[in-house]
Design a protein around this ligand. Structure first.
Ligand code: SF4
Length: 303
């Protein structure tokens, strides 16, 4: 059976450059995949459509289906949770079809820098289950192309160009030693526009916002895209109704026992991001880079 080259793209500059490299090399049997978290900026969805048209390559969108998990969770709550909160949570636990929101409802919390379950459940597993495993089951060898670069972070600087992953999939990281200039040069060479979010002040493209957003990134997002903040504020209300303790903030409030959406929700985080105060009132929205601001998954699926 033929080898399949699975090219994972995020809508960001690095994975786009990698896709262009794969096309340049005429990589055989390409399967181009975009794992949709449901928490991307609308520009990114438009950009994926644009990439498909501009390159002429079909891009497969994958997302998890949590409907069975919702059934299981409702049954569990009905049997095990205290009576006074049971009804509220069961009524709230209705899948929306938005993967990031549904996952947060199921967990009763948002992912965080300490509980980084988002990449695994929203990107790694859907690609493994919906793309890699069927290809392996059909007898193919699978090479997973990953657009990560060493100069992005200390964790990524230690990655190898080739690595055997779970299930026997081989990771291939062909732009590991590229710098950012080379990445954008690759776009120019092929006449492909970068995601417009870069020219709108974003330093990276991914969930809007990512749990790893820095203080200044959050400030920028809030001033340019207030509708994204409002969307997350609404998600905080929805997830709170499904959470056992009745409150779930997008960023965990540090060292606070009495948490509320009013004082610790995303609007408060935005207010803090506009101050010159340092410290970390919210979970790792650091004022400066500390080398831990991206997903550390070996799949490198988040920019
Ligand atoms: S690490 Fe950030 S970009 Fe990746 S899935 Fe989580 S929130 Fe989204």
């Amino acid at each position: 059976m033929a080898l399949k080259n699975v090219i994972s793209i995020s809508g960001g500059k690095d994975s786009t450059a990698m896709l262009l490299l794969a096309l340049e090399r005429d990589a055989p049997e390409m399967v181009v995949v975009f794992a949709d978290t449901g928490h991307e900026h609308p520009e990114t969805y438009r950009y994926i459509d644009y990439l498909e048209r501009a390159t002429g390559v079909a891009i497969r969108r994958v997302m998890p289906d949590f409907s069975r998990d919702f059934e299981r969770k409702r049954s569990y709550i009905a049997e095990h949770w205290p009576e006074d909160i049971r009804q509220r949570a069961i009524e709230a636990l209705v899948p929306t079809g938005i993967p990031f929101l549904d996952l947060a409802m199921l967990k009763g919390r948002f992912p965080s820098t300490k509980a980084k379950f988002c990449t695994e459940h929203l990107k790694v597993l859907p690609i493994q289950q919906q793309v890699d495993m069927p290809l392996l089951a059909a007898g193919h060898d699978v090479v997973s192309w990953q657009g990560v670069r060493r100069d992005e972070s200390p964790a990524r600087s230690r990655l190898g160009e080739w690595e055997e992953l779970d299930l026997g999939v081989m990771a291939y990281r062909p732009i590991l030693d590229w710098d950012v200039e080379r990445v954008f040069a690759m776009h120019r060479k092929h006449g492909i526009e970068p995601n417009p979010l870069y020219s709108q002040g974003m330093s990276r493209v991914g969930c809007m916002p990512c749990i790893h957003a820095r203080k200044q990134e959050l400030r920028e997002i809030a001033s340019r895209f207030p509708e994204e903040i409002e969307r997350v504020a609404e998600w905080e209300r929805i997830v709170s109704r499904a959470a056992k303790r009745g409150v779930a903030t997008f960023w965990a409030a540090r060292g606070e026992a009495d948490v509320s959406l009013m004082r610790h929700g995303i609007h408060s985080a935005v207010e803090w991001s506009r101050t010159t105060r340092g410290g970390r009132q919210f979970d790792l929205i650091a004022a400066t880079s500390d080398g831990n601001t991206e997903c550390s998954s070996v799949y490198g699926l988040c920019e």
